[in-house]
Design a protein around this ligand. Structure first.
Ligand code: ASP
Ligand code: SER
Ligand code: ZN
Length: 600
């Protein structure tokens, strides 16, 4: 993710006066322009304050930093919500195109606008700070010791003992039941705020940020899911059979849903960690990035430097000295922090940083590129006006770094930077593609369902009593998963996924998993690549990098289809790039699945 401050950020004194005679007369275009420019200046000031409060709390979670963050966030929310409401005054006023877009973006600025009544912004901000802190400091007992989410993820990544996996999977989910009531209160407040800005509910507000009608956007995500669903089902079928081979019928039956704790990841959102279990028979992969990184003596800082080097090869300027002095790159041993990886820009100029509890493994190698992508994007659009300093849409923001990681994952690149001695031949294409699909294709239904659940919560279709049952309905429907055992009555499993207590919309990741392949396909074309897409690395392609940067510099200044066109020539989100990339694997999976009873 990128930082929450764009969403939740800070304080300033309102310059705008209360309702006056001037406001009852029809305002002019010049007034609209002046209003927007003033709003931008104040929001910028408020962000500068809120961002630092948020950074300090995320790097040192205490009662006091929570208090400070919540105060700053409440003030910023109040300010931005008030501007968003005032923006409605200019509805129907014939303004210039830039001002019109800014007025629109002002209403979409906050992830959860606060209700316009005394105390409501404070209550909302307190709940969010508390939810995020509860998640981030969560611990539970395992083998007689209190363990963190990081420790639990290590077990899920590497243990092949189903009893142990189940214990850790269930253990982490003892952290979230205490969030349920707060989440319900938060959802009510956020909805009230969204309604005051003219949206049906918070879900509709989130769906309105894609330069199209919110219902059309929901339909668009359905269309995209339909494009990739058959491929996911093939992967599910193949992986389930291999898990059945490994664990037997008593643990993982050969038909029906997959047990969610067996897939190597706490949320079963990326399955790359169980490659050893599902690897094709007869064709071994000649390298394992996890091992290479350790063997070559990588440490967390070297991982980040390696990520920086990739972007430098595309022509991006090096990271500033302050990045290295101010980022948090490993988990500190003596204080509580938010370990979920994020990227920040504290001054909306050059003060870019990441914050992650980096481990030396393949997953974090990719996450480093992901987070840096946010930072380079933030720096690229820093000269845009405040309201345009954002991704073309939030899916773009999540896709930049993943796009880089696609090239940085290729054996050719790993060889170029000295991690891998020998580039494997075409016989290793299937093992490679399978590894990538375990992360990228397995992710798609998860990327979709987190917000399907929240959309239902915000619309009232899912009540607090139904929170957990409806979560599992979606987990079954989209991912074909089941819990290792019946869930306790008080379970609140959505709360065990960072972005729910963190209040970060999630559909962006679903979109990013499509955009990154569109970017990759276009970039490889521009680089003159003629081979299969999955073998293409754009490392060192400065001309292509320059064109990519031209897209990034635009920020959110125009509707995203136009921005997509600048780099790819395309104007639609299109999963055909995913199909192109994985084509040989899908064919292979269909063959492997012969005789299996696929589906669930
Ligand atoms: N950037 C990732 C995400 O957006 C962070 C991670 O998964 O570690 O949440
Ligand atoms: N980084 C996002 C997450 O943690 C998507 O992969 O869920
Ligand atoms: Zn991200």
């Amino acid at each position: 993710m990128k930082s929450m401050l764009m969403a939740a950020a800070a304080a300033a004194v309102l310059v705008a006066a209360g309702p006056s005679a001037a406001q009852t007369a029809k305002p002019t275009a010049a007034e609209a322009k002046a209003f927007v420019e003033n709003a931008e200046a104040q929001i910028e000031k408020a962000n500068a304050f809120a961002a630092r409060a948020a950074w300090v709390r995320a790097n040192f979670i205490t009662e006091d930093t929570q208090w400070l963050e919540a105060k700053a966030s409440a003030e910023q929310n109040e300010l931005a919500t008030r501007f968003a409401m005032e923006a409605a005054r200019f509805d129907g006023v014939p303004v210039d195109a830039v001002t019109a877009r800014k007025l629109k973006l002002l209403k979409l600025y906050l992830v959860s606008p606060a209700p316009n009544r005394p105390g409501a912004a404070e209550e909302l901000a307190n709940l969010l700070t508390k939810l995020d802190s509860t998640y981030s400091t969560g611990k539970f007992e395992f083998k007689g010791k209190q363990i963190t989410l990081n420790d639990a993820e290590d077990v899920l990544r590497s243990s092949r003992d189903p009893a142990e996996l189940k214990a850790v999977w269930e253990g982490w989910r003892t952290v979230s039941p205490q969030m349920r009531a707060d989440y319900a209160t938060f959802a009510g407040l956020s909805n009230e705020g969204a309604k005051s800005l003219g949206f049906k509910d918070t879900g509709a507000l989130w769906r309105s940020n894609y330069d199209m009608d919110p219902d059309a956007f929901a339909a668009e995500t359905d269309r995209l899911w339909k494009q990739v669903e058959p491929f996911y089902r093939n992967l599910h079928c193949y992986v389930r059979a291999r898990l059945n081979d490994q664990y037997g019928d008593a643990v993982q039956p050969r038909t029906g849903p997959i047990r969610a704790d067996l897939l190597g990841n706490m949320w079963a959102q990326q399955w790359g960690n169980i490659y050893d279990i599902v690897q094709p028979k007869g064709v071994t992969s000649s390298y394992d990035l996890n091992k290479l990184l350790v063997e070559k003596g990588y440490d967390p800082v070297k991982m980040v430097k390696t990520g920086e080097n990739f972007y430098s090869s595309l022509g991006f300027a090096p990271l500033p000295e302050t990045f290295w002095n101010r980022s948090l790159i490993t988990r500190p041993r003596d204080r509580e922090v938010v370990c979920h990886a994020s990227a920040w820009n504290l001054d909306d100029k050059d003060d870019i940083r990441i914050k992650m509890c980096t481990k030396v493994n393949a997953e974090d190698f990719s996450t480093v590129h992901h987070e840096l992508g946010h930072n380079y994007y933030q720096r690229a659009y820093k000269d845009q006006p405040v309201l345009f300093r954002n991704g073309a849409n939030d899916g773009f923001h999540e896709a930049i770094g993943d796009f880089a990681a696609l090239s940085a994952s290729t054996p050719t690149y790993l060889n170029q930077i000295g991690l891998l001695e020998k580039v494997p031949g075409a016989d290793e294409d299937i093992p490679f593609l399978l590894k990538m699909a375990l992360d990228k294709i397995a992710f798609l239904p998860f990327g979709l369902l987190v917000d399907r659940w929240r959309w239902q919560v915000f619309s009232g279709e899912t009540t607090p009593e139904e929170y957990n049952a409806d979560w599992w309905k979606l987990r079954l429907q989209y991912q074909g998963l089941m819990p290792p055992a019946q869930r306790p009555a008080d379970a609140f499993d959505p709360g065990a996924k960072y972005h729910v207590p963190g209040n970060t919309p999630y559909t962006r990741y679903f979109l990013a998993h499509i955009y990154q392949f569109q970017f990759h396909r276009a970039a490889c074309q521009q680089a003159g690549w003629k081979g299969p897409l999955h073998r293409c690395s754009v490392y060192g392609q400065k001309e292509m990098g320059e064109r990519f940067n031209r897209m990034m510099e635009l920020g959110q200044s125009q509707p995203w289809p136009q921005t997509l066109k600048v780099f790819t020539g395309e104007t639609r989100t299109d999963a055909s790039a995913v199909a192109d990339y994985f084509k040989p694997l899908n064919t292979w999976l269909v063959q492997q699945n012969k005789g299996e009873n696929c589906g669930w």
